[in-house]
Design a binder for this molecule. Structure first.
Ligand code: DAH
Length: 342
């Protein structure tokens, strides 16, 4: 009786296996045979009904059918897997002789590059990097920098007023008072950012960039400013750079200086970049006017400071030999392409 059943199950399941067309169907057959209530499983469970003397024989017959079916399942499974692999190999074939897709790698904008270089050097020297608003109040841009309303020194910086009191900042110096109000000395900050003035020619654009530096501490002197700027310039333009300090005037520093460096292009002999002078004017600086410290709530008897302001567009133009400042703002891809691979 059980032998009859076994024969039938064997035939039925082998046909299912042979006729299955994918792995899912094959798996269904596996469950049908060996699952919890599978046909082969059921037979093993029914062994109790077989006469004890017949059990070894029937047991080995069941095992033989089990092995045979397992073998069939395995073979069929390998068949499906090989077919799948062949299909993938065919479908995902790559023609290695085909030209590759060109990956376009961008370049740093010259001004962004200068900002990175300068702030990196300053951070090495212990400065914190801060940012300030480009839309600024008249107070922070001018008055707190010792440039009162209607004072003639305002003429040096003709900016864009939004209202009588709100303007586009004409100098990053505007962050000085903001930071002095916020911080307790000693501190060292640099602030890179956009600035605006009503100026327009080959070397001036209404929008340009500056980097402001401010150090407030006890016993600060012009000597600290000079040594710090010397290190900064040499790191930016190279060890053999010569630095020249000239007396100047800014309402917020006393004394004030302007700083020139030997032309990195001709090393001081004279070329078109430095207009034959061998030197380039790069920044304004000075010892912070005690009045400026006081206006922002810093005790000028105890603390002193020095400050400096770089023109970044000019610095970028020198480093990358750019003759017209407008090239920096035209977004002409041919110009930007030239900045690659530096
Ligand atoms: N803000 C000045 C300008 O735009 C540059 C400057 C000069 C900044 C002297 C300073 C400084 O911090 O001490 O012309």
């Amino acid at each position: 009786m059980i032998e009859e059943q076994l024969k039938q199950i064997r035939e039925e399941l082998s046909t299912y296996i042979k006729n299955s067309t994918n792995l899912k169907e094959l798996n269904d057959v596996r469950v049908k045979a060996f699952g919890k209530s599978g046909l082969v499983t059921a037979l093993s469970k029914n062994m109790r009904e077989v006469a004890p003397e017949d059990r070894p024989k029937v047991g080995s017959q069941i095992n033989a059918v089990r092995s045979e079916l397992e073998e069939l399942l395995k073979t069929k499974e390998a068949e499906f897997e090989n077919a799948e692999l062949a299909r993938k190999l065919q479908e995902e074939q790559i023609d290695i002789t085909e030209p590759s897709i060109k990956v376009e790698i961008g370049a740093y904008h010259p001004v962004a590059d200068v900002i990175d270089r300068l702030t990196d050097i300053c951070v090495d020297m212990g400065f914190s990097v801060v940012e300030g608003p480009e839309i600024e109040s008249d107070y922070y841009n001018f008055e707190a920098m010792n440039i009162p309303k209607n004072h003639p020194s305002r003429d040096m910086q003709d900016t864009f007023f939004i209202t009588d009191e709100i303007l586009l900042r004409s100098q990053t110096s505007a962050v000085q008072a903001r930071e002095m109000e916020k911080r307790k000395p000693p501190f060292k900050i640099v602030c890179p950012g956009k600035t605006y003035r009503n100026d327009s020619d080959a070397t001036h654009s209404p929008i340009f960039h500056q980097l402001e530096g401010l150090v407030v501490d006890e016993n600060i002197s012009m000597a600290d400013l000079k040594s710090m700027l010397t290190i900064l310039m040499k790191r930016l333009y190279g060890e053999d750079t010569k630095i020249r300090f000239r007396p100047s005037f800014f309402p917020f520093t006393e004394p004030s200086i302007e700083v020139d460096v030997s032309c990195p292009n001709c090393h001081g002999t004279g070329c078109s970049i430095c207009k034959g002078t061998g030197m380039l004017e790069l920044l304004g600086a000075g010892v912070v006017n005690p009045k400026v410290l006081e206006m922002s709530g810093i005790d000028s008897k105890k603390y002193r400071g020095f400050a400096f302001g770089f023109g970044l567009d000019r610095t970028a133009m020198i480093l990358d030999s750019i003759s017209n400042i407008r090239s920096l703002y035209r977004n002409d891809i041919r110009f930007l392409e030239q900045m690659k691979g530096e």
